[in-house]
Design a protein. Sequence first.
Lengths: 251, 286
Amino acid sequence: MLTVTGLSRSFGGVYAVRDVSLSVADGEVCGVIGPNGAGKSTLFNLITGHLTADRGEISFGGRRVERLAPHRRARLGMSIVFQAARVFHGMTVRENVMVGMHGRTRAGFVAAALRLPRHRSDEREIAAEAEHAIDRVGLAEWADRPADRLPIGQQRALQLARALCARPRLLLLDEPASGLRAEERERLAALVEELRAGGLTILLVEHDVAFVTRLADRVTVLDLGQVIADGPPAEVRADPLVRAAYLGQAS
Amino acid sequence: MSAFLTYLLNGLAVGCAIALIASGLVVIHRVTGVVNFAQGTFAVVAGLCVSSLLGLGLPHGVSELAAVAVAALAGLLAGVAAVGRRGTTPLSSLIVTLGVGVLAYAVEIVLWGDQPRSAPGLAGSLSLAGARIQTQHLLVIAVTAATFALLALFFGRTYLGKALTACASNPYAARVVGIDVRRMGLLAFALGGLLGGLAGVLVTPLRPISFDTDVTLIVNGFAAAVFGALTRPVVTLVGALLLGVAETMAAGYGYGSHQLEVALGLMIVVMIVQASRRSALSQEVT
Protein backbone atom coordinates (compact mmCIF):
# COMPACT_ATOMS: atom_id res chain seq x y z
CA MET A 1 0.00 0.00 0.00
CA LEU A 2 2.59 2.52 1.14
CA THR A 3 6.32 2.23 0.55
CA VAL A 4 8.81 4.84 1.68
CA THR A 5 12.36 4.48 0.40
CA GLY A 6 15.45 6.44 1.45
CA LEU A 7 13.48 9.48 2.55
CA SER A 8 15.50 12.45 3.84
CA ARG A 9 14.65 15.98 4.85
CA SER A 10 16.90 18.49 6.57
CA PHE A 11 16.22 21.87 8.12
CA GLY A 12 19.15 24.28 8.04
CA GLY A 13 21.66 21.48 7.56
CA VAL A 14 20.28 19.32 10.35
CA TYR A 15 18.55 16.12 9.29
CA ALA A 16 15.10 15.74 10.78
CA VAL A 17 14.55 12.57 8.79
CA ARG A 18 17.50 10.70 7.32
CA ASP A 19 17.35 7.85 4.86
CA VAL A 20 14.13 6.43 6.29
CA SER A 21 12.51 3.43 4.64
CA LEU A 22 9.34 1.72 5.73
CA SER A 23 6.38 -0.02 4.22
CA VAL A 24 2.79 -0.63 5.15
CA ALA A 25 1.08 -3.66 3.62
CA ASP A 26 -2.62 -3.84 2.70
CA GLY A 27 -4.81 -4.28 5.76
CA GLU A 28 -1.94 -3.79 8.17
CA VAL A 29 -1.80 -1.49 11.15
CA CYS A 30 1.71 -0.08 11.25
CA GLY A 31 3.04 2.00 14.10
CA VAL A 32 5.83 4.57 14.06
CA ILE A 33 7.19 5.41 17.48
CA GLY A 34 10.16 7.33 18.79
CA PRO A 35 11.12 9.76 21.54
CA ASN A 36 10.55 13.51 21.19
CA GLY A 37 12.52 14.99 18.32
CA ALA A 38 12.93 11.62 16.62
CA GLY A 39 11.48 12.98 13.37
CA LYS A 40 8.03 11.41 13.62
CA SER A 41 6.15 14.58 12.75
CA THR A 42 8.48 15.40 9.88
CA LEU A 43 8.06 11.89 8.49
CA PHE A 44 4.29 12.21 8.82
CA ASN A 45 4.26 15.53 6.99
CA LEU A 46 6.48 14.16 4.24
CA ILE A 47 4.09 11.27 3.66
CA THR A 48 1.01 13.50 3.60
CA GLY A 49 2.71 16.09 1.38
CA HIS A 50 2.76 19.03 3.75
CA LEU A 51 6.54 18.95 3.52
CA THR A 52 8.58 17.98 0.50
CA ALA A 53 11.47 15.58 0.78
CA ASP A 54 15.04 16.48 -0.15
CA ARG A 55 15.61 12.91 -1.31
CA GLY A 56 13.77 9.63 -1.45
CA GLU A 57 10.66 8.07 -2.87
CA ILE A 58 7.15 7.57 -1.59
CA SER A 59 4.88 5.22 -3.45
CA PHE A 60 1.23 4.82 -2.59
CA GLY A 61 -0.91 2.11 -4.14
CA GLY A 62 1.75 1.54 -6.79
CA ARG A 63 2.00 5.20 -7.69
CA ARG A 64 4.86 7.62 -7.01
CA VAL A 65 3.45 10.48 -4.95
CA GLU A 66 6.40 12.37 -3.47
CA ARG A 67 5.87 15.29 -5.85
CA LEU A 68 2.09 15.50 -5.48
CA ALA A 69 0.35 18.28 -3.54
CA PRO A 70 -1.45 17.28 -0.32
CA HIS A 71 -4.94 17.50 -1.81
CA ARG A 72 -3.94 15.20 -4.68
CA ARG A 73 -2.64 12.61 -2.23
CA ALA A 74 -5.86 12.97 -0.25
CA ARG A 75 -7.86 12.22 -3.38
CA LEU A 76 -5.79 9.11 -4.03
CA GLY A 77 -7.07 7.81 -0.72
CA MET A 78 -4.88 9.11 2.10
CA SER A 79 -6.98 10.38 4.98
CA ILE A 80 -5.37 12.16 7.85
CA VAL A 81 -6.18 12.84 11.47
CA PHE A 82 -3.96 15.47 13.02
CA GLN A 83 -2.89 15.87 16.59
CA ALA A 84 -3.82 19.55 16.46
CA ALA A 85 -7.49 20.42 16.15
CA ARG A 86 -7.80 20.98 12.43
CA VAL A 87 -11.52 21.60 12.19
CA PHE A 88 -13.38 24.22 10.19
CA HIS A 89 -14.54 27.07 12.39
CA GLY A 90 -18.00 28.50 12.03
CA MET A 91 -19.44 25.19 10.92
CA THR A 92 -21.25 22.48 12.82
CA VAL A 93 -19.85 19.02 13.41
CA ARG A 94 -22.06 17.66 10.66
CA GLU A 95 -20.95 20.28 8.13
CA ASN A 96 -17.33 19.60 8.98
CA VAL A 97 -17.78 15.94 8.26
CA MET A 98 -19.66 16.62 5.04
CA VAL A 99 -16.83 18.76 3.71
CA GLY A 100 -14.66 15.66 4.17
CA MET A 101 -16.42 14.08 1.23
CA HIS A 102 -15.38 16.86 -1.08
CA GLY A 103 -13.24 14.74 -3.35
CA ARG A 104 -16.16 12.44 -4.07
CA THR A 105 -18.85 14.80 -5.30
CA ARG A 106 -19.44 15.07 -9.02
CA ALA A 107 -21.66 18.10 -9.31
CA GLY A 108 -19.85 21.31 -10.20
CA PHE A 109 -20.13 24.92 -9.24
CA VAL A 110 -23.08 25.80 -11.45
CA ALA A 111 -25.05 22.74 -10.41
CA ALA A 112 -24.47 23.61 -6.77
CA ALA A 113 -25.44 27.27 -7.18
CA LEU A 114 -28.64 26.39 -9.01
CA ARG A 115 -29.39 23.38 -6.80
CA LEU A 116 -29.83 21.07 -9.75
CA PRO A 117 -31.22 17.57 -9.07
CA ARG A 118 -27.86 15.88 -9.47
CA HIS A 119 -26.38 18.14 -6.83
CA ARG A 120 -29.34 17.54 -4.52
CA SER A 121 -28.95 13.79 -4.76
CA ASP A 122 -25.24 14.18 -4.05
CA GLU A 123 -26.06 16.15 -0.93
CA ARG A 124 -28.57 13.62 0.32
CA GLU A 125 -26.09 10.81 -0.10
CA ILE A 126 -23.40 12.82 1.67
CA ALA A 127 -25.69 13.71 4.56
CA ALA A 128 -26.58 10.07 5.16
CA GLU A 129 -22.98 8.95 5.14
CA ALA A 130 -21.92 11.82 7.42
CA GLU A 131 -24.60 10.77 9.88
CA HIS A 132 -23.23 7.25 9.95
CA ALA A 133 -19.64 8.38 10.49
CA ILE A 134 -20.67 10.76 13.28
CA ASP A 135 -22.48 7.90 15.02
CA ARG A 136 -19.51 5.66 14.65
CA VAL A 137 -17.09 7.96 16.46
CA GLY A 138 -19.66 8.69 19.16
CA LEU A 139 -20.47 12.32 18.31
CA ALA A 140 -24.18 11.87 17.54
CA GLU A 141 -25.41 14.17 20.28
CA TRP A 142 -22.96 16.89 19.21
CA ALA A 143 -23.77 16.77 15.49
CA ASP A 144 -25.38 20.20 15.27
CA ARG A 145 -23.04 22.06 17.60
CA PRO A 146 -20.29 24.37 16.38
CA ALA A 147 -17.20 22.24 15.83
CA ASP A 148 -14.72 24.72 17.28
CA ARG A 149 -16.41 24.61 20.71
CA LEU A 150 -15.81 20.89 21.21
CA PRO A 151 -13.16 19.69 23.66
CA ILE A 152 -9.95 18.40 22.11
CA GLY A 153 -10.87 14.72 22.35
CA GLN A 154 -14.09 15.25 20.46
CA GLN A 155 -12.41 17.45 17.87
CA ARG A 156 -10.12 14.54 17.17
CA ALA A 157 -13.09 12.19 16.92
CA LEU A 158 -14.59 14.68 14.48
CA GLN A 159 -11.44 14.61 12.36
CA LEU A 160 -11.65 10.83 12.39
CA ALA A 161 -15.27 10.91 11.20
CA ARG A 162 -14.27 13.37 8.47
CA ALA A 163 -11.39 11.13 7.43
CA LEU A 164 -13.58 8.01 7.31
CA CYS A 165 -16.14 9.73 5.12
CA ALA A 166 -13.51 10.13 2.44
CA ARG A 167 -13.48 6.29 2.21
CA PRO A 168 -9.71 6.15 2.63
CA ARG A 169 -7.41 3.40 1.43
CA LEU A 170 -4.90 4.45 4.06
CA LEU A 171 -5.70 6.19 7.33
CA LEU A 172 -2.87 8.25 8.81
CA LEU A 173 -3.12 9.09 12.49
CA ASP A 174 -0.73 11.63 14.03
CA GLU A 175 -0.40 11.23 17.81
CA PRO A 176 -4.08 10.28 18.09
CA ALA A 177 -3.89 9.43 21.79
CA SER A 178 -2.14 12.57 23.03
CA GLY A 179 -4.18 14.76 25.33
CA LEU A 180 -7.01 12.22 25.59
CA ARG A 181 -8.47 11.04 28.86
CA ALA A 182 -8.29 7.34 29.69
CA GLU A 183 -11.80 6.48 28.53
CA GLU A 184 -11.42 8.49 25.32
CA ARG A 185 -8.20 6.62 24.66
CA GLU A 186 -10.02 3.31 25.21
CA ARG A 187 -12.75 4.28 22.81
CA LEU A 188 -10.20 5.32 20.18
CA ALA A 189 -8.32 2.05 20.56
CA ALA A 190 -11.56 0.09 20.18
CA LEU A 191 -12.41 2.06 17.05
CA VAL A 192 -8.99 1.47 15.51
CA GLU A 193 -9.38 -2.26 16.19
CA GLU A 194 -12.81 -2.21 14.60
CA LEU A 195 -11.43 -0.42 11.53
CA ARG A 196 -8.61 -2.92 11.23
CA ALA A 197 -11.11 -5.76 11.45
CA GLY A 198 -12.91 -4.05 8.55
CA GLY A 199 -9.72 -4.32 6.51
CA LEU A 200 -8.56 -0.68 6.63
CA THR A 201 -4.84 -0.01 6.35
CA ILE A 202 -3.60 2.31 9.09
CA LEU A 203 -0.38 4.15 9.82
CA LEU A 204 -0.17 5.28 13.40
CA VAL A 205 2.46 7.80 14.47
CA GLU A 206 2.47 7.94 18.23
CA HIS A 207 4.57 8.90 21.20
CA ASP A 208 2.76 6.54 23.55
CA VAL A 209 4.52 3.18 23.15
CA ALA A 210 1.91 1.16 25.03
CA PHE A 211 -0.88 2.46 22.82
CA VAL A 212 0.98 1.56 19.64
CA THR A 213 2.27 -1.85 20.68
CA ARG A 214 -1.24 -2.82 21.66
CA LEU A 215 -2.75 -1.94 18.27
CA ALA A 216 -0.02 -2.31 15.69
CA ASP A 217 0.90 -5.43 13.72
CA ARG A 218 4.30 -3.99 13.10
CA VAL A 219 6.28 -1.15 14.64
CA THR A 220 9.03 1.08 13.21
CA VAL A 221 11.14 2.95 15.71
CA LEU A 222 12.74 6.28 14.85
CA ASP A 223 15.51 7.98 16.76
CA LEU A 224 17.35 11.13 15.69
CA GLY A 225 15.69 10.90 12.29
CA GLN A 226 16.75 7.33 11.52
CA VAL A 227 15.09 3.95 11.73
CA ILE A 228 16.66 2.01 14.59
CA ALA A 229 14.31 -0.96 14.74
CA ASP A 230 11.48 -2.50 12.77
CA GLY A 231 9.36 -5.56 13.47
CA PRO A 232 6.52 -7.01 15.56
CA PRO A 233 5.79 -5.01 18.74
CA ALA A 234 7.11 -7.58 21.20
CA GLU A 235 10.40 -7.93 19.36
CA VAL A 236 10.87 -4.18 19.03
CA ARG A 237 10.15 -3.63 22.70
CA ALA A 238 12.90 -6.01 23.66
CA ASP A 239 15.45 -4.41 21.34
CA PRO A 240 18.35 -2.93 23.35
CA LEU A 241 18.75 0.00 20.91
CA VAL A 242 15.11 0.95 21.41
CA ARG A 243 15.42 0.71 25.17
CA ALA A 244 18.49 2.91 25.03
CA ALA A 245 16.76 5.51 22.87
CA TYR A 246 13.77 5.72 25.19
CA LEU A 247 15.59 5.51 28.48
CA GLY A 248 18.64 7.50 27.42
CA GLN A 249 21.03 4.72 28.41
CA ALA A 250 24.15 4.47 26.31
CA SER A 251 24.70 0.78 25.80
CA MET B 1 -41.91 64.09 1.68
CA SER B 2 -41.73 63.10 -1.98
CA ALA B 3 -38.18 64.47 -2.10
CA PHE B 4 -37.33 62.26 0.87
CA LEU B 5 -38.85 59.22 -0.84
CA THR B 6 -36.96 59.99 -4.04
CA TYR B 7 -33.68 60.22 -2.11
CA LEU B 8 -34.52 57.01 -0.28
CA LEU B 9 -35.23 55.03 -3.46
CA ASN B 10 -32.21 56.43 -5.28
CA GLY B 11 -30.16 55.77 -2.16
CA LEU B 12 -31.25 52.15 -2.16
CA ALA B 13 -30.16 51.82 -5.79
CA VAL B 14 -26.78 53.39 -5.01
CA GLY B 15 -26.54 51.06 -2.02
CA CYS B 16 -27.25 48.08 -4.25
CA ALA B 17 -24.40 49.01 -6.57
CA ILE B 18 -22.13 49.30 -3.53
CA ALA B 19 -23.41 45.95 -2.32
CA LEU B 20 -22.39 44.27 -5.58
CA ILE B 21 -18.84 45.60 -5.22
CA ALA B 22 -18.83 44.54 -1.57
CA SER B 23 -20.16 41.08 -2.39
CA GLY B 24 -17.10 40.44 -4.57
CA LEU B 25 -14.87 41.49 -1.68
CA VAL B 26 -16.76 39.16 0.65
CA VAL B 27 -16.61 36.17 -1.69
CA ILE B 28 -12.89 36.55 -2.22
CA HIS B 29 -12.14 37.18 1.44
CA ARG B 30 -14.33 34.35 2.60
CA VAL B 31 -12.50 31.82 0.47
CA THR B 32 -8.93 33.09 0.39
CA GLY B 33 -8.66 35.38 3.41
CA VAL B 34 -7.43 38.10 1.04
CA VAL B 35 -8.78 41.66 0.97
CA ASN B 36 -8.90 42.32 -2.75
CA PHE B 37 -8.15 45.96 -3.42
CA ALA B 38 -8.46 45.39 -7.14
CA GLN B 39 -12.21 44.83 -6.73
CA GLY B 40 -13.13 48.33 -7.98
CA THR B 41 -10.96 47.72 -11.02
CA PHE B 42 -13.18 44.85 -12.17
CA ALA B 43 -16.15 47.22 -12.21
CA VAL B 44 -14.18 49.87 -14.10
CA VAL B 45 -13.00 47.35 -16.69
CA ALA B 46 -16.56 46.14 -17.23
CA GLY B 47 -17.90 49.69 -17.42
CA LEU B 48 -15.29 50.78 -19.98
CA CYS B 49 -15.84 47.59 -21.98
CA VAL B 50 -19.58 48.05 -22.15
CA SER B 51 -19.22 51.63 -23.34
CA SER B 52 -16.85 50.51 -26.11
CA LEU B 53 -18.94 47.52 -27.16
CA LEU B 54 -22.14 49.57 -27.34
CA GLY B 55 -20.14 52.20 -29.22
CA LEU B 56 -19.20 49.56 -31.77
CA GLY B 57 -22.88 48.93 -32.34
CA LEU B 58 -23.31 45.68 -30.47
CA PRO B 59 -26.80 45.23 -29.06
CA HIS B 60 -27.72 45.61 -25.41
CA GLY B 61 -27.55 42.35 -23.51
CA VAL B 62 -24.70 40.98 -25.58
CA SER B 63 -22.50 43.95 -24.71
CA GLU B 64 -23.30 43.75 -21.02
CA LEU B 65 -22.74 39.99 -20.84
CA ALA B 66 -19.45 40.27 -22.73
CA ALA B 67 -18.28 43.05 -20.40
CA VAL B 68 -19.13 40.97 -17.33
CA ALA B 69 -17.25 38.03 -18.85
CA VAL B 70 -14.20 40.26 -19.41
CA ALA B 71 -14.41 41.35 -15.76
CA ALA B 72 -14.57 37.72 -14.64
CA LEU B 73 -11.48 37.03 -16.73
CA ALA B 74 -9.78 40.06 -15.14
CA GLY B 75 -10.73 38.58 -11.78
CA LEU B 76 -9.17 35.28 -12.70
CA LEU B 77 -5.96 37.00 -13.83
CA ALA B 78 -5.82 39.03 -10.61
CA GLY B 79 -6.33 35.75 -8.77
CA VAL B 80 -3.45 34.09 -10.58
CA ALA B 81 -1.22 37.00 -9.58
CA ALA B 82 -2.45 37.15 -5.99
CA VAL B 83 -3.04 33.55 -4.92
CA GLY B 84 -1.65 31.54 -7.82
CA ARG B 85 1.53 30.64 -6.03
CA ARG B 86 1.02 28.20 -3.22
CA GLY B 87 2.04 29.49 0.19
CA THR B 88 1.45 33.19 -0.50
CA THR B 89 0.20 34.74 2.74
CA PRO B 90 -3.06 36.73 2.61
CA LEU B 91 -1.12 39.87 3.49
CA SER B 92 1.27 39.48 0.55
CA SER B 93 -1.71 38.75 -1.68
CA LEU B 94 -3.34 41.98 -0.53
CA ILE B 95 -0.27 43.93 -1.64
CA VAL B 96 -0.35 42.09 -4.97
CA THR B 97 -3.98 43.12 -5.51
CA LEU B 98 -2.99 46.75 -4.89
CA GLY B 99 -0.29 46.31 -7.52
CA VAL B 100 -2.76 44.76 -9.94
CA GLY B 101 -5.03 47.77 -9.46
CA VAL B 102 -2.23 50.21 -10.30
CA LEU B 103 -1.12 48.14 -13.28
CA ALA B 104 -4.74 48.15 -14.48
CA TYR B 105 -4.66 51.98 -14.53
CA ALA B 106 -1.91 51.85 -17.14
CA VAL B 107 -3.73 49.29 -19.26
CA GLU B 108 -7.01 51.20 -19.04
CA ILE B 109 -5.42 54.52 -20.01
CA VAL B 110 -3.70 52.91 -23.02
CA LEU B 111 -6.91 51.25 -24.19
CA TRP B 112 -9.54 53.85 -23.31
CA GLY B 113 -7.73 57.09 -22.51
CA ASP B 114 -8.19 59.03 -19.28
CA GLN B 115 -11.56 60.66 -20.02
CA PRO B 116 -14.74 59.44 -18.32
CA ARG B 117 -17.01 57.31 -20.47
CA SER B 118 -20.64 56.51 -20.19
CA ALA B 119 -23.04 54.04 -21.68
CA PRO B 120 -26.77 54.13 -22.28
CA GLY B 121 -28.82 51.99 -19.95
CA LEU B 122 -32.55 51.59 -19.52
CA ALA B 123 -34.19 54.89 -20.40
CA GLY B 124 -37.14 56.46 -18.68
CA SER B 125 -38.35 56.64 -15.14
CA LEU B 126 -41.28 55.56 -13.05
CA SER B 127 -43.45 57.39 -10.61
CA LEU B 128 -43.87 55.70 -7.26
CA ALA B 129 -46.05 57.34 -4.59
CA GLY B 130 -45.03 60.77 -5.81
CA ALA B 131 -41.34 59.91 -6.02
CA ARG B 132 -39.53 59.50 -9.33
CA ILE B 133 -37.11 56.68 -9.84
CA GLN B 134 -35.11 55.88 -12.95
CA THR B 135 -35.76 52.52 -14.57
CA GLN B 136 -32.04 51.81 -14.50
CA HIS B 137 -32.15 52.18 -10.71
CA LEU B 138 -34.88 49.57 -10.55
CA LEU B 139 -32.77 47.25 -12.68
CA VAL B 140 -29.84 47.70 -10.28
CA ILE B 141 -32.06 46.84 -7.34
CA ALA B 142 -33.52 43.76 -9.06
CA VAL B 143 -30.15 42.36 -10.15
CA THR B 144 -28.67 42.93 -6.70
CA ALA B 145 -31.57 41.22 -4.96
CA ALA B 146 -31.25 38.18 -7.22
CA THR B 147 -27.47 38.05 -6.82
CA PHE B 148 -27.59 38.18 -3.04
CA ALA B 149 -30.32 35.57 -2.83
CA LEU B 150 -28.16 33.23 -4.91
CA LEU B 151 -25.02 33.97 -2.88
CA ALA B 152 -26.73 33.45 0.46
CA LEU B 153 -28.18 30.16 -0.77
CA PHE B 154 -24.88 29.06 -2.21
CA PHE B 155 -22.69 29.75 0.83
CA GLY B 156 -25.28 28.96 3.46
CA ARG B 157 -26.99 25.90 2.09
CA THR B 158 -24.87 24.11 -0.46
CA TYR B 159 -22.10 21.77 0.21
CA LEU B 160 -19.75 23.35 -2.35
CA GLY B 161 -20.31 26.71 -0.67
CA LYS B 162 -19.21 25.10 2.57
CA ALA B 163 -16.15 23.66 0.87
CA LEU B 164 -15.24 27.12 -0.43
CA THR B 165 -15.65 28.57 3.06
CA ALA B 166 -13.56 25.76 4.50
CA CYS B 167 -10.60 26.97 2.44
CA ALA B 168 -10.38 30.22 4.38
CA SER B 169 -11.35 28.72 7.72
CA ASN B 170 -8.53 26.20 7.71
CA PRO B 171 -6.59 25.85 4.45
CA TYR B 172 -4.44 23.12 5.96
CA ALA B 173 -7.38 20.91 6.85
CA ALA B 174 -9.09 21.76 3.56
CA ARG B 175 -6.15 20.31 1.66
CA VAL B 176 -6.24 17.24 3.85
CA VAL B 177 -9.80 16.46 2.83
CA GLY B 178 -8.82 16.80 -0.82
CA ILE B 179 -9.89 20.37 -1.53
CA ASP B 180 -7.65 22.12 -4.05
CA VAL B 181 -7.33 25.35 -2.10
CA ARG B 182 -5.54 27.14 -4.91
CA ARG B 183 -8.21 26.29 -7.46
CA MET B 184 -10.96 27.34 -5.08
CA GLY B 185 -9.11 30.64 -4.58
CA LEU B 186 -8.96 31.23 -8.32
CA LEU B 187 -12.64 30.35 -8.58
CA ALA B 188 -13.41 32.91 -5.88
CA PHE B 189 -11.43 35.59 -7.71
CA ALA B 190 -13.24 34.83 -10.97
CA LEU B 191 -16.56 35.03 -9.13
CA GLY B 192 -15.41 38.28 -7.51
CA GLY B 193 -14.53 39.63 -10.98
CA LEU B 194 -17.95 38.64 -12.24
CA LEU B 195 -19.70 40.42 -9.35
CA GLY B 196 -17.51 43.50 -9.79
CA GLY B 197 -18.27 43.44 -13.51
CA LEU B 198 -21.98 43.26 -12.82
CA ALA B 199 -21.68 46.36 -10.64
CA GLY B 200 -19.68 48.18 -13.32
CA VAL B 201 -22.13 47.40 -16.10
CA LEU B 202 -25.07 48.55 -13.99
CA VAL B 203 -23.43 51.73 -12.69
CA THR B 204 -21.92 53.08 -15.93
CA PRO B 205 -25.25 54.35 -17.33
CA LEU B 206 -25.89 56.17 -14.04
CA ARG B 207 -22.60 57.96 -13.74
CA PRO B 208 -19.65 58.15 -16.14
CA ILE B 209 -16.78 55.88 -15.27
CA SER B 210 -13.07 56.50 -15.76
CA PHE B 211 -9.91 54.59 -14.91
CA ASP B 212 -9.69 56.01 -11.38
CA THR B 213 -13.36 55.55 -10.44
CA ASP B 214 -12.27 52.35 -8.73
CA VAL B 215 -11.12 54.34 -5.68
CA THR B 216 -14.64 55.59 -4.96
CA LEU B 217 -16.07 52.15 -5.64
CA ILE B 218 -13.61 50.28 -3.45
CA VAL B 219 -13.89 52.72 -0.53
CA ASN B 220 -17.68 52.36 -0.53
CA GLY B 221 -17.57 48.64 -1.14
CA PHE B 222 -14.97 48.10 1.54
CA ALA B 223 -16.97 50.12 4.06
CA ALA B 224 -19.98 47.90 3.43
CA ALA B 225 -17.94 44.70 3.48
CA VAL B 226 -16.31 45.66 6.78
CA PHE B 227 -19.80 46.09 8.17
CA GLY B 228 -20.34 42.40 7.38
CA ALA B 229 -16.94 41.52 8.85
CA LEU B 230 -15.83 40.68 5.27
CA THR B 231 -17.55 37.30 5.50
CA ARG B 232 -21.32 37.75 5.79
CA PRO B 233 -23.13 38.58 2.53
CA VAL B 234 -26.47 39.56 4.06
CA VAL B 235 -25.03 41.90 6.71
CA THR B 236 -22.89 43.38 3.95
CA LEU B 237 -26.02 44.09 1.92
CA VAL B 238 -27.59 45.87 4.88
CA GLY B 239 -24.42 47.91 5.37
CA ALA B 240 -24.31 48.84 1.70
CA LEU B 241 -27.95 49.96 1.67
CA LEU B 242 -27.43 52.10 4.78
CA LEU B 243 -24.37 53.63 3.19
CA GLY B 244 -26.12 54.29 -0.13
CA VAL B 245 -29.07 55.95 1.56
CA ALA B 246 -26.84 58.01 3.88
CA GLU B 247 -24.76 59.24 0.96
CA THR B 248 -27.72 60.09 -1.22
CA MET B 249 -29.39 61.95 1.64
CA ALA B 250 -26.18 63.86 2.27
CA ALA B 251 -25.97 64.77 -1.41
CA GLY B 252 -29.68 65.56 -1.70
CA TYR B 253 -29.74 67.88 1.29
CA GLY B 254 -26.77 69.86 0.08
CA TYR B 255 -23.56 68.08 1.08
CA GLY B 256 -22.91 66.64 -2.37
CA SER B 257 -19.16 66.94 -2.21
CA HIS B 258 -18.93 64.93 1.00
CA GLN B 259 -20.20 61.55 -0.18
CA LEU B 260 -16.88 59.78 0.15
CA GLU B 261 -16.33 61.25 3.59
CA VAL B 262 -19.62 59.74 4.72
CA ALA B 263 -18.38 56.31 3.61
CA LEU B 264 -15.00 56.73 5.22
CA GLY B 265 -16.51 58.01 8.46
CA LEU B 266 -18.93 55.11 8.66
CA MET B 267 -16.17 52.63 7.91
CA ILE B 268 -13.98 53.97 10.71
CA VAL B 269 -16.82 53.85 13.22
CA VAL B 270 -17.66 50.26 12.28
CA MET B 271 -14.04 49.19 12.47
CA ILE B 272 -13.56 50.75 15.90
CA VAL B 273 -16.72 49.10 17.23
CA GLN B 274 -15.74 45.73 15.81
CA ALA B 275 -12.19 45.97 17.08
CA SER B 276 -13.36 46.75 20.60
CA ARG B 277 -15.92 43.96 20.51
CA ARG B 278 -13.31 41.48 19.32
CA SER B 279 -10.82 42.39 22.05
CA ALA B 280 -13.56 42.02 24.65
CA LEU B 281 -14.23 38.58 23.26
CA SER B 282 -10.63 37.48 23.36
CA GLN B 283 -10.35 38.68 26.93
CA GLU B 284 -13.26 36.44 27.80
CA VAL B 285 -11.46 33.46 26.33
CA THR B 286 -8.13 33.98 28.04
